[in-house]
Design a binder for this molecule. Structure first.
Ligand code: 5GP
Ligand code: MN
Length: 323
């Protein structure tokens, strides 16, 4: 069921907007796009955005300076809007605000989303949450700044209009956003392709030490905590490594993992056309989409690799039998 913005905002005096932990381009773009729209169109409503620290490159989007990185005890919000977050536990530090809010709405495109809020607008076929936000707004009231935020999100979740989640309407929305006068190539360059020296070094290390398994259908790369520490890198500096691994010719699944804490790995999975990685991520308590999913898994490096590749192997086995 769709959500009508005017309806969910009716009678609300305070609104909190939040997204998932380790916010990516789509999550950040959706939160800021909606935030800027509400600021302009609902001036009587108090609106706040709560997100963990965003990558430096996203600061070219307006109003990033308004993002709150912590919850200061206040009275409960009338409405909590949860964006791009496939499961409640992924709200992170803003969870108490969600729990206390008088009403909650979730807008998302993760196939693994179990519709956890009071009202849910979940469209797994949508390329991105930014695409969904676009459909909820009055097109004439979208400013250039809002368009920039939404464009960034669509660009990131479609791998620059490339992944299979890119539909004709994704392209049409992209075109409409460009018509708002945004500099699309600058957003793509500076928020998606541009890498710091450290990010490239990490990518290089991951690629150099990657290995092929499961009859060369799966590529695996691991970065340990000591590697991140050595480069003085943050977790978000690993963004994009799994997409590069996935490009390897002949590979169906890419598995990238980095050590968040001792014996706790953040696992990212990407597939090309056969394996549904959301099923695998869900098996380990995570989630995502058919072609891009993730989970946090405890164990030694070898435990995690063995467990995840076993699940990949089950699916590849089934696929191969069907051929
Ligand atoms: P990434 O591998 O880039 O972190 O995430 C790929 C996709 O899977 C994203 O849509 C992301 O939101 C989702 N995802 C990643 N990790 C988790 C997780 O631990 N739980 C859930 N539910 N989704 C995840
Ligand atoms: Mn998304």
């Amino acid at each position: 069921m769709t959500v009508v913005l005017a309806d969910i905002l009716k009678g609300r005096k305070s609104v909190a907007i939040s997204g998932h932990v380790r916010p990516d381009g789509d999550c950040t773009g959706a939160c800021l796009g909606l935030y800027m729209y509400l600021l302009k169109e609902y001036p009587d409503v108090t609106v706040d955005v709560f997100l963990e620290k965003i990558p430096q490159s996203f600061h070219m989007i307006e109003k990033t300076e308004d993002i709150k990185n912590e919850v200061i005890a206040e009275k409960p919000y009338d409405l909590f809007i949860c964006l791009d977050c496939g499961d409640k536990s992924r709200l992170g530090f803003s969870t108490p605000l969600y729990e206390q809010a008088k009403h909650t709405v979730c807008i998302d495109h993760h196939v693994s989303n179990q519709a956890f809020a009071d009202e849910n607008y979940i469209v797994p076929d949508a390329s991105s949450t930014c695409e969904l936000i676009y459909t909820l707004l009055d097109k004439d009231k979208i400013t250039r700044s809002i368009a920039e935020a939404l464009y960034m999100g669509i660009v990131h979740d479609t791998g620059v209009f490339q992944y299979s989640c890119t539909s004709p309407s994704t392209m049409e929305i992209g075109a409409e956003l460009l018509r708002k006068g945004i500099n699309g190539s600058k957003i793509i360059d500076q928020t998606y392709y541009e890498k710091t020296y450290i990010q490239n070094q990490l990518l290089g290390k991951a690629l150099l030490e990657s290995f092929l398994i499961l009859d060369k259908q799966c590529i695996v790369a691991v970065l340990e905590k000591k590697d991140l520490d050595f480069f003085e890198a943050e977790a978000s500096d690993t963004e994009g490594i799994v997409s590069q691994l996935r490009l390897t010719k002949g590979v169906e699944v890419a598995l990238f993992m980095y050590e968040m804490e001792t014996h706790l790995y953040k696992v990212s999975l990407r597939s090309k056309e056969k394996v549904d990685v959301s099923v695998i991520a869900k098996f380990f308590g995570g989630g995502g989409h058919a072609r891009a999913a993730g989970a946090s898994i405890t164990g030694t490096k070898y435990d995690v690799i063995n467990q995840v590749t076993e699940q990949i192997s089950f699916q590849l086995g089934k696929e191969n039998k069907q051929l």
